[in-house]
Design a protein around this ligand. Structure first.
Ligand code: PMP
Length: 395
């Protein structure tokens, strides 16, 4: 597709995710919009070998239907991986899901009444907004870290609260330990479920990871707390496996399992077996340093290019992990929804802030991905973006 044809098609679709994915098909367009990982990081030969072996050695588990909540051995492996002395987890604390996305969908089905209320860290992951859209929820945006933010007031009466504390999508922001503790305390005080969505926790480039809110919720006994933790192999291994997990109180796992039965019956046994072996053989842990090193260097390349081409035009903070830089226009005349089309004409695609705003009103921000492109493309993409911004402001 040519850029003008793409821009025409784009103006007729409301599906922004489709736009980001389709942008990758346009020759010479630099796609800095999506949240896609670098494919060369996938350990292809090892995964192919594990796949062949599990099909051959255990066809009944790999190719048959699996238990709805997931293969017991994989549930046990996840429970062991996330247990701490204060947080002893068992199999009944774990549900295997078809990617983290399915967990978000199931939570909407289990917890949300039509037009119910969600206290969501704002801006919010687009996929979560998409998952919950059919219930037409009312959002209480939580701007964590803002002066005067009162977690108890935000959570009271909400169906649940949603946060991505590690290098959030879209902002790359890291929620501090005190803020994590305050959210947990508010969840306890108000009896509101607190969803901790954590796809980016291992992608930390500058510091040691902060404690998960889930770990802070451990009391030393069997886990029955208010935190519903969501994990995924999409960033740690490969998104095509579609392996995610929920760690929660057994009654929540039971409710989500019932919902999963009516959704997809079970997650692929083949992919669960590959995931299990990948954990057992240490493959998941072995590739993390490589993933972090590559993404850190790409973050640095993008931020250096932004310093060169965009300082004075946009404001941003260098993210300490994750996949995204979040930037805000200094000039209020710059409408980032409008910028997307002009940016496409300049050969670069970015994600406008409005799609991540639960209230849909943000026109000043944009999200830039740095994991998919090598440094030279990030530099060129930034140069093109600067050109597009100048063109918008000159119009
Ligand atoms: N939550 C957040 C915040 C994400 O950014 C993503 C992926 N982009 C997901 C959940 C879902 O990922 P997956 O379904 O691939 O596990």
């Amino acid at each position: 597709m040519t850029v003008p044809a793409f821009a025409d098609w784009m103006s007729q679709t409301n599906d922004v995710t489709e736009v980001f994915l389709a942008a990758g098909q346009i020759p010479d367009l630099i796609n800095m919009a999506g949240g896609l990982p670098e494919p060369t990081l996938w350990p292809v030969a090892e995964i192919a070998d594990l796949a062949a072996r599990v099909v051959h050695d255990d066809p009944a588990q790999a190719l048959g239907y699996s238990p709805i909540a997931g293969l017991p051995a994989l549930r046990d492996a996840i429970a062991a991986r996330f247990s701490t002395p204060d947080l002893p987890l068992g199999r009944d604390n774990v549900l295997i899901t078809t990617g983290g996305m399915q967990a978000l969908d199931l939570l909407g089905k289990v917890l949300l009444e039509p037009c119910g209320q969600i206290a969501a860290q704002s801006p919010t992951y687009l996929g979560a907004l998409d998952a919950w859209r059919p219930r037409a929820p009312a959002y209480r945006p939580m701007v964590l870290g803002a002066n005067g933010f009162d977690p108890v007031a935000a959570l009271r009466g909400a169906a649940f609260a949603y946060t991505v504390p590690n290098f959030s999508n879209p902002t790359g922001r890291l929620v501090g330990t005190a803020e994590r503790a305050a959210l947990l305390e508010a969840a306890r005080q108000t009896g509101t479920w607190l969803v901790e969505d954590d796809p980016y926790g291992t992608l930390c480039y500058d510091d040691a990871p902060l404690p998960r809110i889930l770990s802070l919720a451990g009391t030393g006994g069997a886990y029955d707390g208010p935190v519903i933790y969501l994990g995924t192999l999409s960033k740690e291994l490969a998104p095509g496996l579609r392996i995610g997990w929920v760690i929660a109180a057994p009654r929540m796992i039971a409710a989500l399992t019932t919902a999963k039965q009516g959704s997809d019956m079970c997650t692929s046994g083949l992919c669960q077996m590959i995931a299990l072996r990948a954990f057992e053989h240490g493959l998941v842990d072995r590739i993390q340093p490589q993933v972090r090193d590559l993404y850190r260097s790409r973050r640095d390349a993008l931020c250096a290019a932004m310093d060169r081409h965009l300082s004075g035009v946009l404001d941003w903070q260098v993210p300490r992990g994750g996949m995204f830089v979040w930037a805000t226009a200094r000039d209020p005349r710059l409408d980032t929804d409008g910028l997307l089309r002009v940016a496409l004409e300049h050969g670069v695609c970015i994600a406008p802030g409005s799609v991540f705003d639960p209230l849909g009103v943000d026109r000043r921000s944009l999200r830039i991905n740095f994991t998919l492109n090598p440094p030279d493309r990030l530099v060129e993409g930034t140069r093109r973006l600067a050109g597009a911004i100048s063109a918008c402001l000159a119009a």
